[in-house]
Design a protein around this ligand. Structure first.
Ligand code: ADP
Length: 256
């Protein structure tokens, strides 16, 4: 098992080069291309206000994609170097989940994925780094959206796990999707940097499209944040099957 794991990690390293260069090059090529168009049209005095706005919009979106990738890489490397720097404050899980869903709401409407939460309002507030937890939930919920076909469903349930002495209470959050599921042999590896299941040649086709590939940094960052809070994150799934759709259940525990 250890050997197989080492072999896969070795593969991940070489895939990283493919993924990183592709993920960086695609938006960079777009920026260069649109800048060239802008310049050529400007030379010819052929630019209308509307066209300028459209071309600049493309450049901005490509730049934002580059920024997102670079900041994910920095976040992921921060975990290795000296752990995450957290700023603790009182935070409510229902608010965190609501904010985490904001960038995903349009996609779940378009793809007719139903979304529900249970029991989050009844949980006690926790001491947490609000921004980092929102980022973590966006990563895990974003994956649930990506790997669930249209008309599927995603739910978030919360439980309080009381401790005997009352000083070490935890909350457990379970994010369940009705998606393609994950082969048990990958349940640990998906939390490793740059690991993704499937073909490394696939590149980001969009952050919310069905099976849209990403750089493989979402879950490592999520794990870094959860562990820096003193919690745990793991996944349960019967296996990957696009026809049967066994789904995945991501569990997170966090100290109150
Ligand atoms: P990515 O940028 O590829 O989304 P992640 O670190 O977030 O990277 O996830 C790693 C891999 O784990 C994904 O490429 C995918 O294969 C798998 N995965 C994560 N969440 C799910 C899910 N809810 N259902 C099925 N597969 C998943």
């Amino acid at each position: 098992q250890q050997n197989e794991r080492l072999e896969i990690m070795d593969q991940v390293k070489s895939d990283f080069i493919t993924i990183a260069s592709h993920e960086l090059r695609t938006p960079l090529t777009q920026v260069k291309g649109y800048a060239d168009i802008l310049s050529a049209m400007n030379e010819d005095n052929a630019l209308s206000r509307e066209q300028t706005r459209e071309i600049v919009g493309h450049i901005n979106r490509a730049t934002m994609r580059l920024e997102a990738l670079i900041s994910a890489m920095l976040d992921a490397s921060q975990i290795d170097v000296d752990g995450m720097h957290l700023t603790f404050m009182e935070a409510r899980l229902d608010t965190i989940v609501r904010l985490a869903m904001e960038p995903l709401n349009q996609a779940i409407r378009e793809r007719r994925i139903s979304f529900s939460t249970q029991n989050l309002e009844t949980l006690p507030p926790i001491q947490a780094d609000f921004k980092r937890l929102v980022q973590t939930f966006t990563n895990v919920l974003g994956n649930a959206v990506k790997y669930t076909p249209d008309r599927g469903s995603i739910s978030v349930e919360g439980y309080l796990i009381p401790s005997e002495n009352g000083e070490d209470d935890h909350v457990e959050i379970i994010i369940t999707d009705t998606g393609i599921g994950i082969d048990p042999k990958y349940h640990d590896l998906i939390f490793e940097k740059f690991f993704r299941i499937g073909d490394p040649q696939l590149h980001s086709t969009g952050s919310t499209k069905f099976k849209g590939a990403g750089p493989g940094l979402g879950l490592p960052i999520a794990r870094g944040v959860v562990e820096a809070h003193g919690g745990h994150i793991w996944v349960e799934s019967d296996g990957e099957d696009e026809a049967r759709l066994p789904g995945s259940r991501f569990h997170m525990t966090l100290p109150v």
